[in-house]
Design a binder for this molecule. Structure first.
Ligand SMILES: Cc1ncc(COP(=O)(O)O)c(C=O)c1O
Length: 347
């Protein structure tokens, strides 16, 4: 969900953006009005995450999945592939994409144990001078999250699609942070890329310019016509985060929301979350009913009670509560209330 004040502001400005008599969707991406919007949006993000001038900030089309390819294209070579930690479906997708390009090696995987944990750092195989170390900060489907970024001398590349802006992050520890927008940034189709400027390189001949972070940086992320409306929504969301206490406050609220929900699950003998507590996500909380035959009925009745999008990802089944920044604590309380009632009827 998006914060209501963001949707209201977008609604109010829909037909007339800042007195121009046009929607943001209608103005040129090369106009001074859009320049101003782009600058304001980037500046707000830089304040939120304390991003220094050593880093470029890009707003690119294609979502996070496009970055699964752009990361190796821009950072790796066949002699120096990227190293990947695979601890869930998304980091696996990132790895497989880069591997097909001949630009990845597997450093560690928790697939054999069902993606319920992060492989211990002592087991990571980082031999062969990899160009970078890639990991997904939060595995959206299985609900596994790194409590802290891993320590590494390699440029650290993190897919933060589902936990960016949910907690403070020391950007200086990273080579690259990227994120699809549709969780904590706004509208699908856009990806945010924060990349240390010394990593911006020319791409090998034959690779389209659109894939080059270096060229996109030179062009202000506007080599071609970008997803301007998604960019505008991102700006409204950044302003909302800032007005509501920044990422520090988001982290407190997310802690409170997730603690409340995990405590409820852990005292229950009817519902279960089977991720060890040290790896549990503050953003996506998968849960099951011990009697799995009740899952369909649970999801249908929850939907009817106005609690939507609780069905777990098709690859894992069960249920999942996604409690991104815009979800208020009241949403968790309403869910718990419904779950108690469901248990008393069906349990
Ligand atoms: C952690 C993570 N990485 C990547 C993606 C893919 O994002 P997109 O659909 O923007 O390509 C998602 C989508 O939900 C995700 O949760």
């Amino acid at each position: 969900m998006l914060p209501l004040p963001v949707l209201e502001k977008a609604r109010d400005e829909l037909l007339d953006y800042q007195g121009l008599g046009m929607s943001v969707m209608e103005i040129s991406h090369r106009s001074s009005a859009f320049d101003e919007l782009a600058n304001k949006t980037e500046a707000c993000l830089r304040r939120l995450l304390s991003i220094s001038d050593d880093y470029a900030v890009l707003f690119l089309a294609g979502g996070a999945t496009m970055q699964f390819a752009q990361v190796p294209l821009n950072l790796a070579s066949p002699d120096r592939p990227g190293a990947y930690i695979v601890d869930g479906s998304w980091s696996k997708k990132a790895f497989v994409t880069a591997q097909r390009m001949g630009l990845a090696r597997l450093a560690a995987s928790s697939e054999d144990s069902g993606f319920k944990s992060i492989p211990p750092q002592s087991d990571w195989d980082l031999e062969g001078n990899p160009a970078y170390l890639h990991y997904a900060s939060n595995e959206t489907i299985s609900g596994v999250q790194y409590p802290e970024p891993p320590e590494s001398k390699l440029p650290l590349v993190s897919d933060m699609s589902s936990d960016i802006l949910s907690r403070p992050v020391d950007v200086d520890k990273f080579g690259v942070i990227y994120a699809g927008a549709q969780k904590n940034i706004g509208q699908a189709g856009l990806a945010l890329v924060v990349v240390r400027k010394d990593l911006l390189k020319d791409l090998p001949a034959g690779i389209p310019d659109l894939q080059s972070w270096k060229i996109q940086h030179k062009q202000g992320s506007r080599l071609n016509t970008p997803p301007t409306y998604a960019w505008y929504i991102a700006g409204l969301v950044f302003e909302w985060v800032e007005a509501n206490g920044g990422v520090e406050r988001m982290a407190q609220l997310n802690q409170e929301k997730s603690d409340t929900f995990y405590q409820f699950l852990d005292q229950s003998s009817f519902y279960v979350n089977n991720i060890p507590s040290e790896f549990r996500s503050h953003m996506n909380i998968p849960f099951q009913i011990v009697d799995e035959s009740l899952h369909g009925q649970f999801v249908a009745e929850a939907e009817a009670a106005g609690l939507s999008s609780l069905k777990g990802h098709r690859s894992v089944g069960g249920m999942r509560a996604s409690i991104y920044n815009a979800m208020p604590i009241e949403g968790i309380e309403a869910l718990i209330g419904f779950m108690k009632e469901f248990e008393s009827k069906a349990g």
